[in-house]
Design a protein around this ligand. Structure first.
Ligand code: HEM
Length: 199
């Protein structure tokens, strides 16, 4: 099994060599990863960062951006996950295939994010804030990344102030999503590593 919704299906043909399984999986998730690179390019000031820092931020943050972007794949009411192919699977099915705590945490995250009812514009500005985080390891020019993130956070706050009556609560909850995303990222990296070692 490959129980990641970025795949087309969690079921894999056991007779297939593992490099082919990975090849097909990567064809499935590559367009989504390209979208993140595209989003980064559109962040004013991102391309003025050094090539090295752009790559470091993308490497560390792509999963988190995709988590926000694809949170709607997790249907909390129906208890299903829609894979990128459009196929839907129940939590029970995915559990029987090995999904566990991480899947549950992602449902939790998605439910709370959906409750904030962000507009598409707010959601996209939030993903920019997620991507441009100076505390990622290996950043050379921390102060430039910090300055850029501060601008993005200010823009996000202004946007939320215009759109929501409970703006302080929404803004605070969004910022509190940043450490949650970090934690999902760490848990997910372990699943990814484990899969690479024992496909
Ligand atoms: C699990 C890869 C992005 C959700 C996994 C696994 C791999 C993987 C290899 C382990 C599969 C297994 O052991 O069966 C990737 C790659 C990504 C990516 C290469 C980059 C594009 C995402 C995103 C989400 C996600 C953006 C959420 C929207 C999950 C879930 C699991 C998982 C729910 C199973 C968790 C569990 O076992 O409880 N991923 N993933 N992945 N991934 Fe991803």
């Amino acid at each position: 099994h490959l129980v990641c919704p970025m795949n087309t299906s969690p079921v894999v043909d056991p007779s297939k060599p593992s490099h082919e399984i990975w090849e097909e999986f990567s064809q499935s998730f590559t367009p989504a990863v390209r979208e993140v690179v595209e989003l980064a390019r559109q962040i004013p000031g991102f391309q003025e960062l050094s090539q090295h820092d752009q790559v470091s931020l993308l490497k560390a943050g792509t999963f988190e951006v995709l988590m926000v972007r694809f949170a709607s794949l997790f249907d909390v009411r129906e208890r299903t996950v829609t894979f990128l192919s459009g196929r839907r699977y129940s939590v029970e099915t995915l559990r029987s295939m090995g999904a566990g705590e991480l899947l549950a945490s992602m449902f939790d995250f998605s439910e709370k994010l959906a409750a904030l009812q962000l507009s598409p514009e707010e959601a996209s500005l939030f993903t920019a804030v997620v991507l441009v985080s100076a505390d990622r390891t290996g950043i050379e020019d921390v102060s430039s990344v910090e300055a850029l993130q501060e601008n993005l956070i200010r823009a996000l706050r202004n946007l939320i102030m215009r759109n929501h009556s409970n703006e302080a609560a929404v803004f605070t909850k969004l910022l509190l999503k940043l450490p949650e995303l970090r934690s999902l990222n760490n848990m997910h990296s372990e699943e990814l590593l484990a899969f690479k070692v024992h496909p």
